[in-house]
Design a protein around this ligand. Structure first.
Ligand code: SAM
Ligand code: EUG
Length: 362
């Protein structure tokens, strides 16, 4: 047997060690994202979820994916990182010789369940090279006038490029739709009063109708329509009673009792937002007459300030800066664009994950 001795530990000064570890951890951040992408790609969350015991050992996973035997030790390394990150966990009570992996609340979101598609389409989109590559252009972009990192990378803005690339367009729309179903199912259940008294609601930039269908199903008497760009028309389901209107929110929004703007204003700068909001104001009646605009977005450091939310909000902000002309806004920044578009009153309700609901009246 080979003998091993461990010599006395020479510790780095703790300040230096901490600093270096902190730096390495941030530098390696993308490895976490890519390990997660790999786990989704090879279907691990659904495999564990659909297993009878809702748990699987390494060898069961390796056989089900399947992967060559030589890759088993590497799957172990991947799972070790993802367990550490809280994506999966080890079942302490499996009673088996080989430890079993189980899902955590985070990976449960990554399974297909009966009433929505989970968050897989959203994860796929976020980690698509077409949306990751623009981040490499931040440094060049910040030193020059105009443009966007996305444009330096792809030669046009997101909506123009999506119109040219059917696969990207499909993946992006599916991602938004899954996010919408998740959020809106919760909202119609817990905040139904948002929609009371309305006869017609237009979801402006409503994509393939994830929000619209969820609202229409919950409130059969409410007429819900989606207004979006022509490239959405082909993928929009036609037989579910939600009408699709081809339009441009910068030009004209048809008259309606209420407008929904979910994940729209964060794609645009203040000037562009004011233009959209002015068109909304023309389309909806005053508060006294029952009109309103419902915005569903992040309010940075909202009343329920939480360090984990703050980090996600700042990360999403830099991503929006990379891909669009938009911003994640703090309340005072929201207030400014509302005022500039001549709205008189707003009410913020936080607490839908990182998202808040803002009701806007004139
Ligand atoms: C981030 S997605 C949000 C989709 C949807 N509201 C949701 O949350 O699932 C932005 C949407 O705005 C649409 N859009 C972009 N420019 C637009 C315009 N000028 N007029 C109408 N819709 C537009 C895009 O096609 C896309 O569907
Ligand atoms: C990679 C993420 C891309 C993205 C781009 C524009 C959006 O409005 C958005 O909303 C959640 C996500």
């Amino acid at each position: 047997m080979a003998a091993m001795t461990i010599s006395k530990v020479h510790e780095m000064p703790s300040g230096l060690s901490k600093a270096h570890t902190n730096l390495l951890s941030i530098q390696f951040g993308y490895v976490n994202s890519m390990a997660l992408r790999c786990a989704i790609q090879i279907g691990i969350p659904d495999l564990i979820h659909s297993n009878d015991s809702s748990s699987m050992s390494l060898s069961e996973l390796a056989a089900s994916i399947p992967i060559p035997e030589t890759k088993s030790p590497h799957l172990y390394r991947l799972m070790r990182l993802l367990v550490h990150l809280g994506i999966f966990a080890l079942d302490e009570n499996s009673g088996t010789a080989e430890p079993k992996y189980i899902l955590t609340p985070a990976s449960k979101l990554l399974t297909k369940n009966h009433d929505n598609k989970g968050v897989i389409p959203f994860s796929k989109m976020v980690l698509d090279p077409a949306l990751v590559n623009p981040l490499f252009h931040l440094g060049d972009w910040i030193k020059m006038e105009g443009s966007l990192p996305f444009e330096l990378c792809h030669g046009g803005n997101m909506w123009a490029v999506a119109a040219q690339k059917p696969d990207l367009n499909k993946d992006f729309n599916a991602a938004m739709e899954s996010d919408s179903q998740l959020l809106m199912s919760f909202i119609v259940k817990h905040s139904p009063q948002l929609f009371h008294g309305l006869k017609l609601l237009i979801d402006v930039g409503g994509g393939t109708g994830g929000c619209a269908r969820t609202i229409a199903k919950a409130f059969p008497d409410l007429n819900v329509k989606v207004l979006d760009l022509p490239q959405l028309a082909a993928d929009f389901p036609k037989d579910d009673g939600v009408q699709f209107i081809v339009g441009d929110m910068f030009k004209h929004i048809p008259s309606t009792d209420a407008i929904l703007l979910k994940n729209i204003l964060h794609d645009w700068n203040d000037e562009e937002c004011v233009q959209i909001l002015k068109n909304c104001k023309k389309a909806v009646p005053s508060k006294e007459e029952g009109g309103k605009v419902i915005i569903m977005e992040v309010v940075v450091n909202s009343q329920l300030k939480d360090p984990e939310h703050t980090q996600v909000e700042y990360e999403a902000d830099v991503l929006l800066m990379t891909l669009t002309s938009g911003w994640q806004r703090e309340e005072k920044e929201w207030r400014k664009i509302f005022k500039d578009a001549a709205f008189e009153e707003y009410k913020i309700t936080p607490g839908f994950g990182v998202r808040s609901v803002i009701e806007l009246y004139h």
